[in-house]
Design a protein around this ligand. Structure first.
Ligand SMILES: CC(C)(COP(=O)(O)OP(=O)(O)OC[C@H]1O[C@@H](n2cnc3c(N)ncnc32)[C@H](O)[C@@H]1OP(=O)(O)O)[C@@H](O)C(=O)NCCC(=O)NCCS
Length: 274
């Protein structure tokens, strides 16, 4: 595909999971093949090919109550600045509009430069944190196992809509666990380079921090967590415990506001899932 050729957008299928994983790995992201399989099976993933080679992707993941998440916007390095990401996100937006869905996304700083001009409005901010080596001694007690239904109910209060399909798929993967303790709950799952903790749901920051501490003390690092920036007590507590801030994400919305959340999460399920 030469720089002057029209951008031919195709819909991808589950058979494209490995080629798509090459793109997210090139960007240094944490998604594994199971993540891509979920997007390709449950969402609509658009792509651009150069001959046989997949060079770009963008996914629209419909949720409940008129909401959808746009993510996995990736363009391989030698195909950037030709309008491919703009075309792919526009294709997702048009589909969302046809289906009457409000689109959300969590943008990297590079992504925000593409989405702002398309009409996305900023909402809350996130910070991705990484922990290479937990401080202190290894916990002797594992955190308690939490129930998938309780997690889905709390998550729905935090998002303003139900995501039980996503959460039950996460929970069913090998290596995943739902943990709970002292009015806090979290989901822990595998990633390509690090284990991921999120969503983290609790009434108070100290409860959320205690649960995260129990999780990281019961397994081997490295870890990733996507904390809500306005939960400053939680964020400060993570930094004090040795987590380092890797990058910001800006949550953005296109379309009318939908149901409003009753309680903010402390950490989200991941920028690609919200
Ligand atoms: C961000 C990314 C998807 C952009 O893809 P792209 O196909 O190059 O984007 P477009 O060509 O559609 O860019 C549209 C506009 O966005 C802005 N833009 C895009 N990338 C930019 C960058 N790195 N720096 C500054 N502005 C940028 C420019 O205004 C550009 O228009 P221009 O080229 O006419 O100046 C690509 O760089 C990428 O895959 N990055 C790594 C993964 C990532 O961060 N994805 C976004 C996740 S939210």
């Amino acid at each position: 595909m030469a720089g002057t050729e029209p951008i031919d957008v195709v819909e991808l299928g589950v058979g494209d999971a490995q080629a798509a994983l090459v793109l997210s790995t090139e960007a240094g992201w944490n998604q594994n093949e199971a993540d891509w399989r979920f997007f390709l099976a449950q969402g609509i993933v658009f792509g651009v090919r150069d001959g046989e080679r997949l060079v770009a992707t963008a996914a629209l993941l419909p949720y409940s109550a008129g909401n959808a998440w746009i993510s996995m916007v990736l363009v391989t390095a030698d195909f950037r600045r030709r309008g491919i990401a703009t075309t792919l996100v526009d294709t997702c937006l048009n589909l969302a509009k046809r289906r009457g869905l409000t689109s959300w996304l969590d943008a990297t700083p590079a992504g925000a430069t593409v989405y702002g001009p398309l009409g996305f409005m900023p909402t809350l901010q996130l910070r991705r944190l990484r922990l290479e080596k937990p401080q202190g001694t290894k916990a002797t007690q594992q955190p308690s196992a939490g129930s998938p239904d309780a997690l889905a109910t709390r998550d729905s209060r935090a998002m303003g809509f139900d995501r039980s399909t996503l959460l039950s798929e996460f929970a069913a993967r090998p290596g995943s666990r739902i943990v709970s303790g002292d009015r806090a709950m979290a989901l822990v799952r595998d990633g390509r380079t690090a284990r991921h903790i999120g969503p983290v749901l609790a009434d108070r920051a100290d409860q959320a921090l205690k649960l995260v501490e129990a999780v990281v003390g019961s397994e081997t690092a490295p870890w990733l967590i996507d904390a809500v920036f306005s939960q400053d007590e939680f964020l400060d507590g993570l930094v004090r415990a040795g987590w380092s801030i890797e990058r910001p994400f800006q949550r953005m919305r296109f379309g009318p506001a939908t149901a409003s959340p009753a309680q903010l999460p402390f950490a989200v399920a991941g920028p690609e899932f919200g």
